[in-house]
Design a protein around this ligand. Structure first.
Ligand code: NAD
Ligand code: IPM
Ligand code: MN
Length: 358
């Protein structure tokens, strides 16, 4: 079989712990399907700051650029929290997304039936919840000019939020296209009652909407959306929104599934190349204990198979294995109702690998 090149950047905290389990899944897929993956590991995030003096070393970026897909763990931690911007792990993460042109971040939040009791919400509210947050990833307030200046009232800080119509249009189209393959409902989330970027966003959505008459569109203000996600989560299908709103709403959506440890993501640009990472961070509070939930990262591999490699059957095998292991009652601490019965990261990874059959 053709060799697929995967750049692996595990990062910090629980990043390497969860990525190790995802690598086992890749290996098992090779055995099951005869596919071949060539993995190359790069330094990224805080560990790269420590060893190379920068969160995104040139050689790591080249590794990613020369790969067919990137598997990423997480970056960040208290050790680097007071560093200047250029020496922050998070700056490396924003840099890699921008350098690779990954403007579209897809974050599915699916409630497994057997995990309805793991959420802090009532099971009957969660019934049937299956939504995708599509987050714009390379624009907005994350990438606008930022600076400090002196004012009459002491130091002042400025973050600017900028979007051009092309950036809005390509992500909104992605929203409509994905909705078309699902239940054909699109919620466009903005703050058009206050923000100029949101007014441009909404105008653009309304201009494009007639091209997708089969998709039912609703505009939802972001504050209302945050509330509706808890009130009627199952009514959402695809949510499309700008960078920072998508960041916040996807962590909120994670709790519908029981834990942020369940949420996978794909970051895509124009072609089939993609970067795959869990939605969660480096979880410094549990790092090094071997208790992190690896499912978000493992499900990100399934997304990689589906969206970049076109290995739909192998993606199904992974997703089915995860479901079977959860149905059998195995839980990491974050999704366990009885915490005393929780299993660790490696045990969960091993069970999923063992459940992977054609
Ligand atoms: P976080 O997602 O790392 O952790 C939030 C909470 O969720 C913590 O209590 C953590 O223990 C728990 N958690 C997260 N992932 C888990 C998993 N797989 N299994 C079980 N529990 C899990 O968010 P935070 O604490 O706000 O941020 C910590 C660091 O991570 C910061 O430096 C932040 O900048 C960084 N971060 C990185 C990414 C990324 O690399 N994509 C994403 C978010 C945050
Ligand atoms: C995420 C993270 C990042 C973001 C941070 C760590 C820069 O929260 O991937 O969701 O805000 O995009
Ligand atoms: Mn986030």
């Amino acid at each position: 079989a053709e060799v697929k090149k995967i750049a692996v950047v595990a990062g910090d905290g629980i990043g390497p712990e969860v990525v190790a389990e995802a690598e086992k899944v890749l290996k098992r897929t090779e055995e099951l399907f005869g596919y071949r993956f060539e993995l190359s590991h790069g330094l990224f995030g805080g560990i790269a700051i420590d060893e190379k003096g920068t969160p995104l070393p040139q050689e790591t970026l080249e590794l990613c650029q020369n790969a067919d897909a990137v598997l990423l763990g997480a970056v960040g931690g208290p050790k680097w929290d007071n560093n200047p911007k250029e020496l922050r792990p998070e700056t490396g993460l924003l840099g890699i997304r921008k350098a690779l042109g990954l403007f579209s971040n897809i974050r599915p939040a699916v409630v497994f039936d057997c995990l309805k009791d793991a959420s802090t919400l009532k099971p009957e509210v969660l019934e049937g919840t299956d939504l995708i947050v599509i987050r714009e990833l390379t624009g907005g307030i994350y990438f606008g000019e930022k600076f400090r200046r002196d004012s009459e009232n002491g130091q002042e800080a400025v973050d600017t939020c900028v979007y051009n119509v092309k950036e809005v249009e390509r992500i909104v189209r992605q929203g409509f296209e994905v909705a078309r393959t699902r239940r054909k409902k699109l919620a466009s989330v903005d703050k058009a009652n206050v923000l100029e970027t949101s007014r441009l966003w909404r105008e653009t959505v309304n201009r494009i909407a007639p091209e997708y008459p089969d998709v039912e569109l609703e505009h939802v203000l972001v504050d209302n959306c945050a509330m509706q996600l808890l009130r009627r989560p199952s009514s959402f299908d695809v949510i499309v929104t700008e960078n920072m709103f998508g960041d916040i709403l996807s962590d909120e959506a994670a709790m519908l599934t029981g834990s942020i440890g369940m949420l996978s993501s794909a970051s895509l640009g124009e072609g089939s190349f993609g970067l795959y990472e869990p939605v969660h961070g480096s979880a410094p509070d549990i790092a090094g204990q071997g208790i992190a939930n690896p499912i978000a990262t493992i499900l990100s591999v399934a997304l990689m198979f589906r969206l970049t490699f076109g290995y739909a059957e192998a993606a199904d095998v992974i997703e089915r294995a995860v479901k079977n292991v959860l149905d059998a009652g195995h839980r990491t601490g974050d999704i366990a109702v009885d915490k005393s019965k929780a299993i660790g990261t490696q045990a969960m990874g091993d069970l999923i690998v063992a459940a992977m059959t054609k």
